[in-house]
Write a protein that binds this ligand. Structure first.
Ligand SMILES: *Cc1c(COP(=O)(O)O)cnc(C)c1O
Length: 419
């Protein structure tokens, strides 16, 4: 699989003119035109090969075009792909059963994108507040974290602390309060009589790969139980092996009332998401209360089921734990002046740079020239989140490319800053 073009420089001359001309300019994509993927590798149209350190924000945890996933998708797409939930279909029950079995949740509701799973959780929590807790309709409050990222719908961006995600898109949906991430005392103080739920990411992805203090999540779970408040955990990015456990919740043996999965659930092939919940929470939905035309279609259910089976049978969570520990340890030995901190859990790693040396976006361009792809999150954090099928030898290649990219940097100002 080694392309002769590998020796060519990875220079930036993509043909993006049609995207530029006809697309909305809502992404600042790196200048590379990808045409093929296999495992942890991607190829551009000139045949140049790149190591994927991005995994499409964890959607490609199984690696590109995993042969088992491609095989079941091919078979299913030629047999039955979309029926709508107006009828029962062959794979949905098996998919939901496996997802419940692996997460310890009672029931699951299929959607497509992550944001839809989060919207489902919000609707479930509000209805539960009204029918179970007796909170007057329209008064229920959901507490979220500073620096959260739960998607891009109008309701979700309304409770973002990121001004850029929100600015100009008002009016915002009321009914949300924000507390600092990782601060149990602040959460305790914020819970009021109409607080129905706490919605959080157990580790923040888009917020900058933020790992909370040990014990925080278990403390939140205990607090929620004590106060009769639902705990809704968004594992759309951290779930399915990414942080070195099947769920990030498993690190602290936390069992939430509601759980959101997405991204890797589609096996890197198509959008598949789930809202999973306890019996008490899911029973608030009756026919007509919620739905999705494509949610739970036979193709998505078949691929989602296979994605869960591959995760287990290839021990992707254990690989993520062991290889992530190795990657993190090796990154910490790089000791380049441009690196301010390296943090993470499993193959969910962020490298924070000193802005006096380089912005994370600039570093990602330098990395592209070395033949590795990633993207910045926040201004100074570089995301290092390869597919979980990566090998140790490929991590060593990643380290060489990261070192070469660091060595190509020159401090942007004379004095490295100390903040
Ligand atoms: C990506 C992400 C979402 C949104 O998923 P989409 O499929 O883009 O709608 C929600 N929550 C978290 C934690 C995410 O990382």
């Amino acid at each position: 699989m080694i392309s002769p073009a590998l020796t060519l420089a990875h220079s930036a001359e993509p043909d993006t003119s049609l995207e530029e001309r006809y697309g909305a300019h809502n992404y600042a994509s790196l200048p590379v035109d990808l045409v093929r993927g296999e495992g942890v590798w991607l190829w551009d149209k000139r045949g140049r090969r790149y190591l994927d350190l991005m995994s499409a924000y964890s959607a490609v945890s199984h690696g590109h075009c995993h042969p088992r996933l491609v095989a079941v998708a091919r078979e299913q797409i030629g047999k039955l792909a979309v029926t709508s939930r107006a009828f029962h279909s062959e794979w949905l029950g098996h998919f939901l059963a496996r997802a419940c079995e692996l997460t310890g949740m009672a029931r699951a509701l299929p959607m497509n994108t992550g944001a839809e799973a989060v919207e489902t959780a919000i609707k479930a929590a509000r209805k539960w507040a009204a029918v179970v807790r007796g909170i007057p309709d329209g008064q229920a409050e959901i507490l979220v974290m500073e620096n959260n990222f739960h998607g891009r719908t109008t309701t979700i961006i309304g409770f973002s602390s990121n001004e850029h995600y929100r600015a100009g898109f008002g009016p915002v949906t009321p009914g949300f309060g924000r507390v600092p991430f990782g601060d149990l005392r602040a959460l305790e103080k914020a819970i009021g009589p109409y607080t129905a739920a706490v919605l959080l990411e157990p580790m923040q992805g888009e917020g900058g790969i933020n790992i909370p203090p040990p014990g925080w999540l278990a403390g939140v779970a205990a607090l929620c139980r004590e106060r009769g408040v639902l705990l809704l955990v968004d594992e759309i990015q951290t779930g399915l092996g990414r942080t070195g456990a099947r769920l990030a919740c498993d690190h602290e043996k936390v069992k939430p009332d509601g759980l959101m999965l997405g991204k890797a659930l589609g096996g890197g092939l198509l959008p598949v998401s789930l809202f999973l919940a306890s019996e008490e929470l899911m029973q608030v939905f009756g026919p007509g209360d919620h739905g999705s035309t494509f949610g739970g279609n036979p193709l998505a259910a078949r691929v989602g089921l296979e994605a869960l089976d591959v995760l287990e049978e290839e021990n992707l969570a254990e690989r993520s734990r062991d290889l992530g520990a190795y990657f993190l340890e090796q990154l910490r030995t790089l000791e380049h002046a441009a690196i301010r901190e390296v943090r993470g859990a499993g193959l969910f790693i962020g490298m924070e740079l000193d802005p006096a040396w380089s912005s994370a976006a600039h570093f990602c361009e330098a990395l592209l020239k070395q033949g590795a792809l990633s993207k910045d999150t926040r201004e100074n954090v570089v995301r290092l989140t390869p597919p979980l099928v990566i090998s140790r030898a490929e991590i060593d290649i990643a380290l060489q490319k990261i070192r070469a990219a660091l060595d190509s940097l020159e401090p942007m100002s004379g004095e490295p800053s100390d903040r």
